[in-house]
Design a protein around this ligand. Structure first.
Ligand SMILES: [Zn+2]
Length: 74
């Protein structure tokens, strides 16, 4: 039964190797990037300097505005 024991040792070693790899270097994109990422970035209103998320901002050219009043007033 030397072969069977050899296979068991190899299988156990492989499982330990996979476990260690999983904890040392998680697969995929589970890296240490902060939550939110680019979504937490803010833009500044050209008129009143209010900081707003880009998805809520009004855009004219390369300028951002917090509201329609700011966009029309500037
Ligand atoms: Zn504004």
């Amino acid at each position: 039964m030397v072969l069977l024991r050899f296979l068991l040792v190899v299988a156990a070693g492989y499982l330990i190797y996979r476990l260690v790899r999983h904890f040392v270097a998680p697969p995929g994109h589970d890296t240490l990037t902060p939550p939110g990422g680019s979504g937490s970035r803010l833009v500044r209103c050209e008129r009143c300097a209010t900081l707003i998320p880009p998805e809520n901002a009004l855009v004219r050219g390369d300028q951002f505005f917090c509201s329609e009043q700011c966009r029309t007033a500037s």
